[in-house]
Design a protein around this ligand. Structure first.
Ligand code: FAD
Length: 314
């Protein structure tokens, strides 16, 4: 219930204004977001690489309703990739980028899917020039078919283009079957959006069981699974399934979000596993922050305290 209420808050304009202008909210944002600028993102990526971790950078923003803004976001990704490459951070795909199809035009009222596909192709070309890859994030269930079609359409030209599957959605096990093809990069996560029960599993336990079913399909197949979770039980199950499938350590990876279980990220990397940290940056952090608070309602108390007037201040 609290999760649903919090996720609904993601689209509340008055709440967005209150949170984004509260100076004290910054401390919470800083836990989950690497900074506002491309320079902040490159610096965070360098620090994580120095700690032996791989990186995927996400320029925050979604649901773009204007073609100019979609082109602007695309240009920012292209410049980011150029700067990462200049800092020698992209070789072998060690720092890649994550892109939301709705941020680059998927929801435009006219030719949205075509515009998004063209913009994503530009980003993929810049990534290829830099020696790295792109992963298409998964958004709410209405955006999933378009994003998967775009990924399938671009993969012949850009085989490294990955996509994200959300275990929460009922369709996902079938999607994993379709995507379990040689070399295909698939990031499996639980799913962060509030979805209706006809398309998604409402109960946490069913989401976890679906995650394991999807994981079995991906680990047994010839693709490159990316296990995106902080859940210790699922991490153990992934490790066991990889062993049972005889997968070498470089044939799959674990992924976690910036600021969440950083000690576990380093511990896993220390075992010789490939571990990638998803690093969001940019000033449009509100929707991302609300989704993280919905996963960890304890953090909400901190945020609410930061919004309340300080009784000691006049
Ligand atoms: C690399 C990566 C990429 C992702 N991409 C997408 C995407 O494209 N689309 C999408 O819908 N979702 C995405 N997600 C989010 C995902 O769907 C989940 O909402 C999120 O990862 C929380 O689920 P969990 O698997 O970590 O398990 P949970 O059961 O939520 O958490 C397990 C444990 O992790 C820790 N933890 C989890 N969340 C938090 C938090 N916010 N703050 C502090 N500790 C926490 C806690 O210790 C918790 O007990 C992504 C997640 C990762 C790691």
């Amino acid at each position: 219930m609290l999760r649903r209420t919090l996720l609904a808050a993601a689209s509340s304009e008055p709440l967005r204004r209150a949170v984004t202008t509260a100076p004290q909210a910054r401390a919470i944002v800083d836990r989950y977001v690497a900074g506002d600028t491309t320079a902040d993102a490159v610096r965070a990526a360098g620090d994580l690489r120095a700690a032996g971790l791989l990186v995927s950078l996400d320029y925050l923003g979604e649901d773009t309703a204007d073609a100019h803004q979609a082109a602007d976001v695309t240009g920012r990704y292209v410049r980011l990739l150029t700067e990462l490459s200049a800092a020698a951070l992209t070789g072998g795909g060690c720092c890649e980028v994550s892109v939301k199809a709705t941020a680059v035009g998927l929801l435009l009222p006219e030719h949205g899917e075509k515009t998004a596909a063209e913009n994503i192709a530009r980003i993929c070309a810049a990534a290829r020039d830099a020696g790295t890859t792109v992963t298409l994030d998964a958004e709410d269930h209405a955006a999933v078919p378009g994003a998967l079609r775009i990924a399938a359409g671009l993969r012949p030209d850009f085989p490294g283009l990955g996509c994200v599957i959300q275990a929460r959605l009922r369709r996902s096990q079938a999607d994993c079957g379709v995507l379990a093809t040689p070399g295909t990069r698939v990031r499996l996560c639980k799913g962060a959006y509030d979805e209706p029960a006809d398309v998604a599993f409402p109960k946490r336990q069913d989401v976890d069981l679906s995650y394991v079913r999807c994981l079995r399909t991906l680990m047994a197949g010839p693709g490159y699974p990316m296990v995106a979770t902080h859940d210790p039980r699922l991490i153990d199950i992934a490790t066991t399934l990889a062993l049972m499938a005889g997968r070498p350590a470089d044939s799959f990876e674990y992924q976690m979000l910036y600021g969440i279980r950083p000690a576990e990220q380093r511990r896993l990397a220390g075992t010789g596993a490939r571990v990638r940290v998803y690093v969001p940056f940019g000033s449009d952090w509100y929707g991302y922050l609300v989704r993280r608070l919905a996963e960890r309602p304890g953090n909400l108390a901190l945020l609410l305290r930061s919004l309340a007037p300080d009784p000691w201040r006049r």
